[in-house]
Design a protein around this ligand. Structure first.
Ligand code: SF4
Length: 448
């Protein structure tokens, strides 16, 4: 149960009955002016308990329990790869960040002859997006009247991803769990009718268990989760049984609000959403608020936008996506080829690098450390100036690598030209175009 700021304050040193501990009260070592200010931040989950070194042991255990994320972390593992979902602390990304992106799974049936082939294709699919390697996360194997254990075994052999076992029959579930030995699948689902047997299996095989209610019945879902928890299963996933746009959005939002705003532990678990072949519904589940999203089939055209959307939602808004500063060689440049400079904001880097690469023009791209900001933002913030560019030129020993002393700066920072000439005596500073798309033409006509 989460504690209020005042309840937390009563457990901090300023409120202690122990004089030795109390003397540290309001010492500011946590970075806040008073214990009360720190308590308020802890209650809002915007500070870490470890920031105060003077909390007494008995208070610490209460505070740690209170500080536990309102959405439980659930881990599923495959033969080589794993997925963690949950641990979320906010409703909206801009409040802090989302921590664990939802896993996207592709469903296969045990009546499907090519189930292992689908698993192989899912396993192999990856997309390079602004320097990030985006992949799917697993296979959901459905018992549909075929040989469930054999299909689970074949799929397990074909993919390193985790599995979801889709069956409500305890005997079939146990056969699947045996076939999935060595991995930690999610077992779906316990219902009002089978929960005792399914909970027994989940506890015995130490796997997370999804509980399913009908038609978005939140009260029934919470009660079922409590029953399963009482039977010894801690790792629970919620399936409210809502399958269309409106009902799934409503019930997922209600549940997440209850968990995060009301600290309602009974529903403090990740959700599973079934999207069929509807990419828009899958996108809705990713945004609000599924931990597991199951698609009915695999198609790169459907999956690609989902992976990119997910990556954009689940990057930390306080940390720009960056590439490593340094010198990048494009199209095998020689020492006579052009030298350009840009910042280490990923999207800026890829915009410039892709334009030059696709033009076939060889060149050297100096990526300055601008703390992950784009050109104009970094310049305005004083993070992309003549001194930093010169530092990049000298630090990367470009005078020794190149047979010329010319550098092309982005048109948006033409004002740096004079300062850069002072920082790099003997160098010719060329002002390039403002947009990356104009760079190839600039190099063709102006360099030579
Ligand atoms: S570190 Fe912060 S919370 Fe801990 S005693 Fe000092 S002021 Fe209070």
């Amino acid at each position: 149960m989460s504690l209020s700021g005042i309840q937390i304050y009563k457990l901090l040193p300023a409120s202690s009955k122990n004089a030795e501990v109390k003397k540290h009260g309001n010492c500011k070592e946590c970075g806040y002016p008073t214990c009360l200010a720190f308590a308020m931040k802890l209650a809002q989950k915007q500070a870490e308990l470890a920031q105060c070194p003077y909390v007494e042991d008995e208070s610490k255990s209460q505070l740690e329990a209170s500080a536990a994320p309102p959405v439980r972390l659930i881990t599923v593992t495959g033969t080589e790869r794993k997925l963690e979902v949950g641990n979320e602390t906010v409703l909206f990304r801009h409040e802090k960040t989302f921590f664990n992106q939802p896993g996207i799974f592709v469903r296969v049936k045990d009546t499907q002859a090519d189930a292992a082939d689908v698993a192989k294709a899912v396993d192999a699919y990856s997309v390079d997006y602004v320097g990030m390697d985006l992949t799917l996360n697993g296979i959901a194997v459905e018992a549909a009247g075929g040989d469930f254990a054999a299909t689970v075994a074949a799929v397990k052999a074909a993919t390193s991803f985790p599995l979801i076992l889709l069956t409500e029959d305890p005997d079939t579930a146990e056969a699947g769990l045996k076939a999935a030995e060595g991995t930690r699948p999610l077992l779906w689902a316990a219902t009002a009718d089978n929960w005792e047997a399914m909970a027994k299996l989940a506890a015995e095989y130490k796997v997370p268990l999804a509980v399913r209610a009908d038609d978005g019945d939140v009260a029934a879902l919470a009660a079922l989760a409590e029953q399963v928890k009482g039977a010894g299963v801690e790792d629970i996933v919620l399936d409210p049984g809502a399958r269309d746009y409106g009902s799934s959005l409503t019930v997922f939002t209600q549940l997440r609000r209850l968990a995060i705003k009301k600290n309602e532990r009974k529903v403090g678990y990740p959700f599973i959403g079934f999207a069929g072949d509807d990419a828009s519904l899958a996108g809705q589940h990713i945004a609000k608020y599924a931990g597991f999203v199951v698609l009915d089939s695999f198609s790169p055209g459907t999956v690609y936008p989902l992976l990119v959307m997910r990556a954009n939602i689940f990057t930390d808004p306080q940390k720009p996506i960056q590439v490593q500063p340094g010198v990048y060689e494009i199209n095998n440049p020689t020492p006579n080829d052009p030298l350009m400079v840009t910042t280490n904001f990923s999207i800026t880097y890829f915009a410039v690098a892709n334009e030059v690469e696709s033009s076939g023009i060889p060149g050297w791209l100096l990526v300055a450390d601008a703390e992950g900001m784009s050109v104009l933002t970094a310049w305005a913030a004083g993070k992309f100036d003549a001194e930093r560019i010169a530092k990049g030129v000298k630090g990367n020993e470009l005078e020794g690598k190149l047979d010329h002393k010319r550098i092309v700066i982005p048109g948006h920072v033409a004002v740096l030209m004079g300062e850069l000439e002072e920082e790099l005596p003997g160098w010719e500073i060329n002002v390039g175009p403002r947009e990356a798309v104009d760079l190839p033409n600039f190099l063709k006509t102006q360099w030579g």
